[in-house]
Design a protein around this ligand. Structure first.
Ligand code: HEC
Length: 204
């Protein structure tokens, strides 16, 4: 570009710019009226109109849309996949004792279920909050380990202890959680005072 044309083009720009100066002036400072680019305005309006539609879509009606439902579904799928390896467990004494003593990897699944659903009432260490201490030798509804699974499944005290059979996605979760709860007795913590009857150590 020659100097001459450069000067000319700057002059043209200034001229064009003058046309679109806004008419206000603050302390002698003026500003150009530069409109936002069309694509920007387009996205702006599209997102404004999209947001209420999406809001109602995500928060009303059908289950499975919220991020929590999606998480639950994913977790259920993961459990399902892993449980395929061990089949459907029976909530009997032998099975619970086996997973409590012999299979730390599956016991950890029971721990995950416990951490996700039970700590609010029984405490992270099992020491008890609203619900009783699960680490001591005294139990209200339990004579031997299989009773733990039954209480988890059906609940107790008219729902003060909720029934979990419909809330957990797979019946194996009840058996593995029972095994985990049974194992808590190995590390008694000074939580809630003992409630119920003294129970002998779990027997096979
Ligand atoms: C909303 C609070 C609440 C939640 C959540 C809860 N529990 Fe309980 N649980 C209780 C209460 C309250 C009792 C005692 C019922 C009674 O007094 O008869 C109890 C009792 C029990 C018992 C019997 C204890 C005994 O002394 O016989 C077991 C086992 C148990 N819960 C396990 C669990 C497990 C496992 C979970 C999680 C899957 C869980 N609970 C979640 C409140 C809860």
């Amino acid at each position: 570009m020659s100097t001459e044309t450069a000067i000319e083009s700057t002059a043209n720009q200034n001229e064009a710019a003058e046309d679109i100066l806004t008419d206000h002036s603050y302390d002698g400072i003026q500003e150009y009226d530069n409109p936002l680019p069309g694509w920007w305005m387009f996205l702006f309006w599209v997102s404004i109109f999209f947001s209420p539609v999406y809001y109602f879509w995500a928060h009303s009606g059908a289950e499975g849309r919220s991020i929590h439902d999606q998480y639950d579904n994913h977790m259920a799928a993961v459990f399902e996949q892993r449980f395929a390896k061990i089949g459907e467990l029976t909530a009997d004494r032998e099975t619970i004792m086996f997973y409590m003593n012999e299979d730390p990897e599956w016991l950890a699944v029971g721990k995950v279920v416990y951490q996700a659903n039970c700590v609010s009432c029984h405490g992270a260490d099992g020491g008890g909050v609203v619900g009783p201490n699960l680490t001591d030798d005294h139990w209200k509804h339990v004579r031997n380990v299989e009773d733990i699974a039954r209480v988890i499944e059906d609940g107790a005290a008219n729902g003060a202890m909720p029934a979990w059979k419909t809330r957990l996605s797979h019946p194996n979760q009840i058996v593995l959680t029972a095994a985990y709860v049974a194992s808590l007795r190995e590390n008694p913590v000074a939580g809630k005072a003992a409630e119920g009857n003294k129970v002998e150590p779990w027997t096979k």
